[in-house]
Design a protein around this ligand. Structure first.
Ligand code: HEM
Ligand code: NAG
Length: 189
């Protein structure tokens, strides 16, 4: 009995350690209004122009597919110049303005990587889609990688074999890929 409850406690600790890095309540004490501030700004931007919701979702995808969700997509003239990004990524000014607001509220607390992630979720919600809980605490990269953006982001001419390989390299199944591609039901192409 004592032994089995100790095992249970140990297992719980291990499970917590495994997910300790990111938490939906990461900013609850350090910046309690962070999430409502992002939501208000995203909702306003989407109300002003519907397509912005799609653009913010795509920005998050292009951030995460190159060296992880680290806001490296925001570092100008590096990843932004990569072929799948140049002249087609939008929404930077929305993220910039949210970051500026959060800096005045809670200096150097909320990462751009988290802002991008939450903005993608809030965009989908603002456009009438489902909601989901976003674990927080991502760190921002200090470098971007144009070469990795060119090699990791799938270009529009990829066939199914290429796409399956590209998403597989990031740990996604074909089912994941098809589900994520549902993002193309919004926005402009
Ligand atoms: C499967 C591989 C993918 C390819 C080859 C691809 C390619 C493209 C291309 C070529 C565009 C049009 C860009 C333009 O006309 O300026 C586009 C738009 C878009 N993509 Fe993808 N994409 C892929 C996956 C994804 C994923 C996984 C997401 C998000 C979960 C996503 C979200 C979007 C959105 C929302 C738009 C519209 C953006 C806007 O209107 O500003 N895409 N994509
Ligand atoms: C794309 O897939 C084809 C087979 O359909 C393969 O020959 C080619 O090397 C792949 N290209 C890339 C860039 O993965």
């Amino acid at each position: 009995m004592a032994h089995s409850s100790l095992s249970t406690v140990l297992l719980l600790c291990l499970a917590m350690a495994a997910s300790a890095q990111l938490s939906p309540t990461f900013y609850q004490t350090s910046c309690p209004n962070a999430l409502s501030t992002i939501k208000a700004a995203v909702t306003a931007a989407v109300n002003k122009e519907n397509r912005m919701g799609a653009s913010l979702l795509r920005l998050h995808f292009h951030d995460c597919f190159v060296q992880g969700c680290d806001a490296s997509v925001l570092l100008s003239s590096m990843e932004q110049n990569a072929f799948p990004n140049v002249m087609s990524l939008r929404g930077f000014e929305v993220i910039d303005s949210i970051k500026a607001k959060l800096e005045t509220m809670c200096k150097q607390t909320v990462s751009c990587a988290d802002i991008l992630t939450v903005a993608a979720r809030d965009s989908v919600v603002a456009l009438g889609g489902p909601s989901w809980t976003v674990p927080l605490g991502r760190r921002d990269s200090t470098n971007a990688n144009e070469a990795a953006a060119n090699s990791d982001l799938p270009p529009p001419f990829f066939d199914l074999v290429n796409l399956t390989q590209s998403f597989g390299d990031k740990g996604f199944t074909v089912t994941d890929m098809v589900a994520l591609s549902g993002a193309h039901t919004i926005g402009q192409a």
